[in-house]
Write a protein that binds this ligand. Structure first.
Ligand code: SIN
Ligand code: CO
Length: 373
């Protein structure tokens, strides 16, 4: 595999083998000449919306304060030691989306979002650890990072954000615009702004088994099939009417043990779960959608692309888009897999698409899941 400019001198395969989930990596000039994609005004504007997740952290003299968005206003840049953090910027800005997509050597099922932070001198979120892998790209100004592999991850009680009580860094460096730091999960770190600075966090998702298990049971509730009803033709008169009969317990346990799931169930559950948009993501279709015939003509000419907000995955014969699943025939497999992998389809690719797929594409277009061109 080719070297990826983002990773400096190493290939994605070498990065995954030697660093991913294992140890930190500083990549000097991962993106040479990188310039921030959004101004502070644009970031602050995003933070005023209630469908955008944002936080304002102010620090000073050992005190920590955190305000969650929507944020009406931010402090003046003349004030030191504050940080504005805006999550999911890729959903709102095409260039932020393109930056996130440069990390697709890691599967979409693991990629989460792009968070942008702006900080004034001395600003930061304090020494902490994250449960996820992260790439921290310095976008503007400088940030001093102190990091360490410590085992004691206890946090100070009673603070609005998680601050390590015994932070013991063993490395320190200053990142300049275009430099990038990769940190594996649970690696302690503290980044402090030197003057005004912007840092972009490329975040990953790794759902907990508890979260998956709870969602899987709900998913299975829709499909389990347990015919019959409890009966006790051999019932005898009871001297302890409040006690649950042994026979009842044994029979119900036997019936419950009949609940089974297949690998197909897990595939469909996982695809629907991972492609489900976050609660604050809303789609808007075109104001004046084309009629179906005109849509097909336009799509054949201009091609189609997925909306920035659309999550599309596949596995085997199943395709998942924004929480819905479809079983696809062999003929349509290549078309839909290309749409998912490239996040776009040339018009020519539609010539071989089945009526079912063309219908689905039209619905996705009117729902705002895909766009012409
Ligand atoms: C930041 O950008 O200020 C914080 C990122 C992090 O440490 O996870
Ligand atoms: Co962090």
């Amino acid at each position: 595999m080719k070297k990826l400019p983002l990773l400096g001198d190493i290939t994605p395969a070498q990065f995954l083998r030697d660093y991913w989930h294992k140890k930190p990596l500083v990549i000097r000039q991962a993106i040479p000449g990188f310039k921030p994609l959004l101004s502070l005004d644009a970031l602050a504007e995003l933070a005023t919306h209630d469908h955008v997740e944002s936080r304002l952290v102010t620090a000073g003299g050992g005190h920590w304060n955190m305000q969650t968005g929507p944020l009406e206003a931010i402090p003046s840049t003349a004030q030191k030691e504050w940080t504005l953090l805006v999550q999911g910027v890729n959903l709102h800005d095409a260039r932020a989306d393109a930056l996130l997509r440069q990390f697709r050597f890691i599967p979409d099922a693991r990629l989460d979002d792009l968070m942008v932070s702006f900080a004034t001198d001395g600003g930061g979120v304090g020494p902490h650890f994250d449960s996820y892998d992260v790439f921290l790209l310095q976008a503007a100004g400088q940030r001093r990072w102190r990091i360490g592999p410590q085992k004691d991850l206890s946090v100070i009680e009673g603070l609005p954000l998680k601050i390590l009580s015994k932070f013991k860094p063993n490395e320190e460096f200053v990142l300049e615009p275009g430099d990038m730091l990769y940190l594996p999960p649970h690696y302690a770190h503290d980044g402090v702004a030197i003057g005004d600075c912007q840092t972009y966090s490329i975040g990953f998702r790794s759902p907990s088994y508890q979260e998956l298990g709870e969602a899987f049971l709900q998913f299975m509730a829709d499909s389990i099939d347990l015919p019959g009803r409890y009966a006790d033709p051999e019932l005898e008169a009871s001297a302890k009417p409040a006690e649950i009969p042994r026979h009842m317990l044994a029979t119900v346990a036997e019936e419950m043990n009949k609940v089974r799931f297949t690998e197909d169930d897990v595939t469909i559950f996982l695809g629907e779960h991972l492609s489900e948009p976050k609660h604050n993501v809303f789609f808007t279709g075109p104001a004046k959608p084309l009629a179906v015939g005109k849509f097909r003509e336009a799509a054949a000419k201009k091609g189609l692309s997925l909306s920035r907000k659309t999550l599309m995955l596949y596995r085997g014969k199943n395709v998942f888009i924004n929480g819905e699943s479809f079983a696809i025939g062999r003929a349509d497999k290549a078309t839909l897999e290309a749409l998912a992998n490239e996040r776009a389809l040339p018009g020519t690719a539609l010539a071989t698409a089945s009526e079912d797929v063309l219908d689905a594409l039209y619905t996705w277009y009117t729902d705002g899941w895909i766009e012409l061109g």
